[in-house]
Design a protein around this ligand. Structure first.
Ligand code: GLU
Length: 548
């Protein structure tokens, strides 16, 4: 068969460069030995998820701990799934978590020499190589219809055989020249398939940077490389792009592991040295005692938007993911509690080989710890940013009052120093935690454990003597006095010795004040809270809590 003529007929484009040219257009990168070139290659579907951040962090760390490059490539071959603004959203979301690309789609960089970084804009490169493979007899046109392929599949399933287009089932592999040109003349749509040279009798062993040595069966499937609309499949685009963008380490989900034999064969057919691969295990969660994959449908925490809306401290999410990525990171943080996670020696081969467990409770703990390290001023900025973007109109109004909130935060977090309180877990919860400091969001369902006379007595008497200028001990002395007048033990020891003689202890009396002022039986130091609220508001709250 005249393969050159066939290639010209199937790929008649007259604006293609010869394939060898691309080696010069995209020369090897000038980087130090050992520098890794990694990439994130999302489809622009608009759904950016935790798995993307997890991968991106591994990519970014591998590149930046070795003096390499981390770039963004957009895999937009599936036009139907494309969503407007999705690329910007990937960049913005990752930037929020402190992850930046050095190069790639929508990234302003002098390094952008390996583009275009959108696959749809790389059609000429793909077509030039498809043409070459046809000329070499390593690819051929397939005219099978979807119905024909379905029939073959059904037959294979019935015979309990491997499904797919291979060996004797690869009908179009053996079409004569005449049949091919007749089909073309008849206007039958076609795809281009790889003419596999592999055999399932052969095994290939390769080293995965995470999973170690893996032995797989050679590919014998004549996979589609160019679809009928002239757009390549993931397999083909991956081989071309990662070769010419000079990726050294492909970090991708383990769902691609089963396609690896195809990718190895494609690289061989194209005459490329394959990159190294690192297949990451899927993120899992515990659900009713069993471990399962995080699912888009069931788990809102899979979406990255979830973390922004809930107001997680971005560095906490990253640090927690670092623990999931490299289990020795936790040990490192214990030794370097204030260290920058970028100083940790991230190692791809220390990543887990199976199911990485993502535990929201652990993330919450890390988030509390990270927030507790902030100064009250920085915490204010963090909460304000959240309130301005996701809060109610009231929240936005409250956050105009910087000094007032900083004093609340000083109280809630404890003064800067070694032991800080960890009451704020996320911005959303933190903003709700201080609601009671504002009259328009103070909406208590006050519940008292004592009778009307006792409660009203404590409230009225304390309201009458309260002075915001009183320091802690003066405040407490007044409370003791009021407590005693109302039948409570002023001293804890007296109460413990003879509980039957009292209505309760001084701390029970304090609880009455606390419920009145904050709406809750537990709160940080009440004297300070009343000081922040000021005399009028404190007294008003005490008196309005009286039982009718
Ligand atoms: N576009 C592929 C995906 O989103 C990329 C896989 C890869 O990293 O090679 O799953």
């Amino acid at each position: 068969m005249d393969l050159k003529k066939l290639a010209e007929t199937l790929i008649p484009d007259n604006d293609l460069l010869p394939p060898e040219e691309y080696e010069n257009i995209f020369p090897a990168r000038e980087l130090e030995k050992g520098a890794e070139v990694t990439r994130l290659a999302p489809s622009p579907t608009g759904f950016i998820h935790l798995g993307n951040l997890y991968s991106a962090l591994a990519d970014e760390r591998c590149a930046h701990t070795t003096g390499g490059v981390f770039y963004l490539r957009i895999e937009d071959t599936d036009e139907k799934r494309k969503v407007e603004g999705a690329v910007e959203s990937v960049i913005r979301s990752l930037k929020y978590f402190g992850i930046k690309f050095d190069e790639g789609a929508e990234i302003e960089s002098p390094l952008n020499k390996y583009g275009p970084y959108y696959q749809r804009r790389r059609a000429k490169i793909y077509r030039s190589f498809v043409k070459k493979l046809i000329e070499e007899g390593l690819a051929y046109p397939c005219f099978c219809t979807a119905e024909e392929l379905d029939e073959v599949r059904a037959k294979q399933t019935e015979n309990k055989e491997t499904t797919g287009y291979y060996g004797g089932y690869a009908k179009c592999r053996n079409l004569t020249e005449e049949q091919i040109y007749k089909n073309i003349e008849d206007g039958k749509p076609f795809v281009i398939r790889l003419k596999s040279q592999g055999s399932i009798e052969n095994k290939i062993t390769f080293r995965d940077a995470i999973k170690g040595d893996i032995t797989v069966t050679e590919n014998d499937q004549d996979v589609v490389i160019l679809k009928s609309d002239g757009i390549p499949t993931y397999h083909f685009a991956h081989a071309i792009d990662d070769h010419f963008m000079r990726t050294t380490l492909v970090i991708r989900g383990e769902e691609w592991l089963s396609s690896l034999p195809v990718h190895i064969e494609l690289h061989k057919a194209l005459g490329f040295k394959p990159p190294r691969y690192a297949h990451t295990c899927s993120l899992m969660k515990m659900d009713g005692g069993t471990k399962r994959k995080l699912s888009k449908r069931k788990d809102p925490e899979l979406s990255l938007d979830y973390y922004r809306k809930a107001g997680y401290y971005p560095l906490a999410v990253v640090k927690y993911l670092m623990t999931v990525l490299n289990s020795n990171f936790e040990e490192w943080t214990l030794k370097n509690p204030d260290g920058d996670y970028r100083d940790f020696k991230f190692k791809i081969d220390k990543m887990g080989k199976s199911g990485a467990l993502f535990d929201l409770d652990k993330l919450n703990d890390v988030s509390k710890t990270e927030i507790s390290k902030l100064s009250a001023e920085d915490c204010y900025e963090f909460l304000k940013e959240w309130a301005d973007e996701f809060g109610t109109e009231k929240d936005k109004e409250h956050f105009k009052n910087r000094d007032y909130i900083v004093s609340i935060l000083n109280l809630i977090m404890g003064t800067n120093g070694k032991k800080r309180r960890k009451d704020i877990e996320r911005a959303e919860q933190g903003v709700r935690l201080i609601d009671y400091f504002f009259d328009d969001t103070f909406n208590p369902a006050r519940e008292f454990r004592f009778d009307k006379n006792t409660v009203n007595g404590v409230l009225e008497q304390f309201a009458a003597v309260y002075e915001p200028s009183d320091d802690n001990s003066a405040w407490f002395a007044k409370l003791k006095e009021v407590a005693k007048n109302c039948g409570f033990a002023a001293e804890m020891n007296d109460y413990k010795a003879h509980p039957e003689n009292y209505k309760g202890s001084v701390s029970d009396a304090a609880e009455i004040l606390r419920v009145a002022v904050t709406g809750k039986p537990n709160s940080p130091d009440l004297c300070t809270i009343m000081g922040i609220l000021g005399k009028d508001r404190s007294v008003r709250r005490l008196l309005s809590a009286k039982i009718n």
